[in-house]
Design a protein around this ligand. Structure first.
Ligand code: NAD
Ligand code: MG
Length: 392
């Protein structure tokens, strides 16, 4: 039986993964080693019972009594805290879903790779903060990483069987989010509720807001660079409001392979789950005649400065990705809390990068996970100071 673990099981990607695992046979087909979640311990316990998991872990110590109670008599072991999550990743598994949101997903992903697992990677922050380390760890331990981000899954699929040297460019699409047709004034006044309301995809709160600000696409540019190894100049973003084409790969003979799929993450998750084969996935089939037209346009980097910042981060490399992501997470926390406005997020991120660049903190490439965690910490402190300065 294939041994599997799901990190971030109770989130949007985690729920879709759970759905597919059940449809593909649940506990009869998979041996579930570990499931992790956050404060929603009732749901985590439900999933652990349904999959007959060995272990369920909540990220929060204060949630442990509730989790223990919810799993009493089930035979599922329980644990809590970041250390317990990291230890859960040390339990050997053949397939591991990395679907924690934010930099917190990095450590369990790295630990799982060190055991030679196949890592289905939804946590794009891992590649943004520590791409070279992650890829080197996978290579060293004979582990595989299969991207789950829809655009990167699309590129991965379009590249199958192709020679890498024949690739000229990669185009990842962006729906443009809820503000794709808004002007600067409207965007500046955007509220949390408006930013969360994604027109095409149903996702977690944080990635939904990142889609509205295009920080999600900014992270994805870096993710594409780190995972596939293309030069920044080879990776383009195209706004495509229908979210049907997820990515395209352009070859040296002028041909382009496009990947089309419904705006349902179960396609990319299912691809990663069944890789290197393909399996039946219950997503809606695309009816192009009904959709009628697919449209594309260039993104506006003035309205969405996250894209410009991402280009700068790709040029800087070194620790810039870790700093960029951490600053973005802090800025996002403050936007959600209502302490800064929508457009302030990019200002805080740019200011944080400037501060760290000034102090020569971004140059060196990470040689160990500790380097990344240190930069992450430093950038969070600077970003908090930047937020304070804006509020004063
Ligand atoms: P989500 O907020 O719905 O779920 C996040 C999960 O991580 C939950 O299980 C939560 O309990 C857990 N979690 C949160 N903070 C944690 C912490 N500090 N420590 C441990 N666990 C923690 O997020 P999501 O939308 O499912 O996204 C998960 C990841 O997948 C993100 O990296 C996101 O960028 C990526 N992704 C998501 C989608 C999507 O459609 N939702 C698409 C592409 C990529
Ligand atoms: Mg994506």
């Amino acid at each position: 039986m294939r041994r599997i673990s799901v990190f971030g099981a109770t989130g949007s990607i985690g729920e879709s993964t759970f759905d597919l695992l059940l449809r593909q046979g649940g506990p009869e087909a998979f041996h579930t080693v570990a499931l992790t979640g956050g404060r929603n311990v009732a749901r985590l316990a439900e999933m652990a019972r349904a999959l007959r998991a060995d272990l369920a872990v909540t990220a929060y110590e204060d949630c442990l009594p509730a989790l223990r109670e919810a799993l009493a008599g089930s035979g599922v072991a329980v644990a809590a805290g970041p250390q317990a999550i990291a230890e859960a990743a040390d339990r050997p598994a053949d397939w591991v879903m990395s679907a924690i949101v934010g930099a917190a997903g990095l450590v369990p992903g790295m630990r799982a790779l060190a055991h030679g697992t196949t890592l289905a990677l939804a946590n794009k922050e891992s590649l943004v903060t520590a791409g070279p380390l992650l890829m080197a760890t996978a290579a060293r331990h004979g582990a595989s990483i299969v991207p789950v981000d829809s655009e990167h899954s699309a590129v991965f699929q379009a590249l199958a069987g192709e020679e890498r040297s024949a690739v000229e460019r990669v185009i990842i699409t962006a729906s443009g989010g809820p503000f794709r047709d808004w002007n600067a004034q409207q965007i500046a006044a955007a509220t949390l509720a408006q930013a969360v309301a994604h027109p095409n995809w149903s996702m977690g709160q944080r990635i939904s807001i990142d889609s509205a600000s295009m920080f999600n696409k900014a992270l994805e540019l870096i993710e594409a660079r780190e995972f596939f190894g293309f030069e920044p100049s080879q990776i383009e973003v195209l706004v495509h409001p229908q979210s049907i084409v997820h990515a395209m790969v352009g070859f040296c003979d002028g041909g382009i392979m496009a990947h089309l799929g419904p705006a349902d993450m179960r396609h990319a998750i299912g691809y990663a789950l069944n890789w290197p084969r393909r399996g039946e996935v219950p997503v809606q089939r695309i009816d192009l005649a009904k959709i009628g037209s697919l449209t594309f346009r260039a993104p506006d980097e003035t309205l969405f400065p996250a894209l410009r910042l991402s280009r700068e981060v790709m040029e800087l490399r070194g620790m810039a990705g870790a700093a960029f992501n951490a600053a973005k997470e802090v800025a996002l926390d403050h936007f959600i809390a209502g302490t800064i406005g929508f457009c302030d997020m990019a200002v805080v991120v740019e200011d944080t990068l400037d501060r760290l660049l000034h102090r020569n903190c971004l140059g060196n490439a990470p040689t160990a996970l500790e380097d990344v965690l240190e930069t992450d910490h430093l950038a969070r402190t600077e970003a908090a100071a930047s937020v304070q300065a804006r509020r004063a």
